[in-house]
Design a protein around this ligand. Structure first.
Ligand SMILES: CC(C)(COP(=O)(O)OP(=O)(O)OC[C@H]1O[C@@H](n2cnc3c(N)ncnc32)[C@H](O)[C@@H]1OP(=O)(O)O)[C@@H](O)C(=O)NCCC(=O)NCCS
Length: 128
């Protein structure tokens, strides 16, 4: 399963692919991973806060609602476990992801200047 996830991640993030060990380490550190053949979301719930670590959908399966559905599953799980807010960081030049998160109810609450190789990271939050 982790090797399949590794391939999917490389399709979504060709410039910074993660290896199977990276996913294993995330699981060991308390992250949850929801993955299917075409998509994955990794998130973490700590006390009353949740964070989306990353999300990806295979290029051929995009714009079919998979990412939006995975966010709702993660948000519902986090809420059930006591989280009141969900956070994430996204690169300012990632228009698709920003549109996805905005549509899912996230709004900008801060900026980390030049966080990703010179590109600003936008910090977004949603109530659960
Ligand atoms: C961002 C990503 C996860 C979206 O996955 P997806 O399954 O295609 O998204 P959805 O189909 O659930 O889209 C839901 C809504 O988000 C918005 N959206 C998603 N992709 C978009 C795009 N390329 N351009 C504009 N809006 C987009 C739309 O409002 C869309 O609703 P609509 O299709 O009814 O208009 C996918 O493009 C991806 O894997 N990108 C590479 C990895 C990445 O950047 N991850 C995010 C890191 S922070």
């Amino acid at each position: 399963m982790l090797q399949q996830l590794e391939k999917l991640h490389a399709q979504c993030f060709p410039h910074k692919p993660w290896c199977a060990n990276d996913f294993d380490d995330l699981k060991k550190s308390g992250c949850d991973i929801i993955a299917s053949q075409n998509g994955f979301i990794i998130y973490r719930v700590v006390a009353d806060e949740a964070e989306i670590i990353t999300i990806g959908v295979a290029p051929a399966a995009r714009r079919g609602g998979i990412a939006a559905a995975m966010i709702e599953i993660a948000a519902a799980d986090a809420k059930k476990r006591g989280a009141k807010k969900m956070f994430l960081e996204v690169a300012r030049d990632n228009a698709a992801a920003i549109a996805l998160y905005s549509r899912a109810g996230f709004s900008e609450i801060g900026v980390r200047p030049k966080y990703y190789d010179g590109i600003d990271a936008i910090l977004m939050q949603r109530q659960l």
